[in-house]
Write a protein of this length. Structure first.
Length: 237
């Protein structure tokens, strides 16, 4: 009998996982991503990844003067850049991977978004990378992660980024902020906690998908897979 809590997972990987504050894609950060994904594949965990693009493009800092739609599409293309880098790095380490996107899929190595094909890839042991967000402006990659998790029937979303969990208030601004070990989606929505955007929370609630929010660090993914406490567990009700 499997000792794993989850057998099929979707990882929401922030752009910060690809680099330090200086931006771009840095080799040592990419190597860490590959090593952590390799551990999951060694355990035969079916693994999908939705990549962010904040290391390359941030609308609030780069998009000044641009129209909203243009700025958002640039951000979506930044996630495709990260996806291409991740796919190549995985393949260099002999880890089978496919990259799907609802935009820019005429680029070499990028497949058109096809979640039926994605489920087949997962069953064959391939890592599936989803880039390009939802393919439409005004939606974050958090929302894309929830929709892709629904499409592939993932048992959990692991949201990895700079935050080590969900807090009652912004811990950078409030000294009395309390970190939740677990919380329901309904409570997170009611308290307007900003760890995910409203549409992502709403879809999680609709499709009953749990979320683990944790800092991107060594062995974080494996700890989640084995059901060990890390970050904050957001219950799907």
């Amino acid at each position: 009998m499997s000792t794993f809590k989850y057998q099929r997972v979707l990882i929401k990987l922030s752009g910060e996982a690809f680099s330090s504050k200086s931006g771009g894609i840095q080799k040592r950060y990419l190597s860490m991503i590959i090593e952590e994904l390799r551990k999951l594949r060694k355990l035969k965990i079916e693994t999908a990844v939705v990549v962010g693009g904040g290391n390359i493009w941030r609308r609030r800092t780069h998009g000044q003067g641009l129209g909203d739609i243009t700025a958002d599409y640039i951000g979506l293309l930044a996630t495709v850049m990260n996806g291409l880098a991740l796919r190549e790095a995985l393949q260099k380490k002999k880890l089978s991977a496919v990259l799907q996107s609802p935009i820019a899929y005429d680029l070499p190595g990028v497949q058109v978004l096809d979640t039926v094909a994605a489920r087949g890839s997962l069953r064959r042991g391939e890592i599936v990378i989803f880039a390009g967000g939802t393919g439409k402006p005004f939606f974050t990659t958090d929302t894309a992660a929830v929709l892709r998790a629904r499409d592939i029937h993932a048992q959990v979303i692991i949201k990895c980024g700079p935050a080590d969990g969900v807090y009652s208030k912004d811990p950078k601004r409030s000294s009395n902020a309390v970190k939740y070990q677990d919380i329901s989606l309904s409570q997170a929505i009611r308290e307007k906690l900003g760890i995910m955007d409203k549409s992502a929370f709403a879809f999680c609630l609709k499709y009953k998908i749990p979320v683990v929010v944790c800092r991107w660090q060594k062995n974080a993914l494996v700890r989640v897979i084995f059901g060990k406490s890390i970050g904050t567990f957001i219950k799907p009700y």
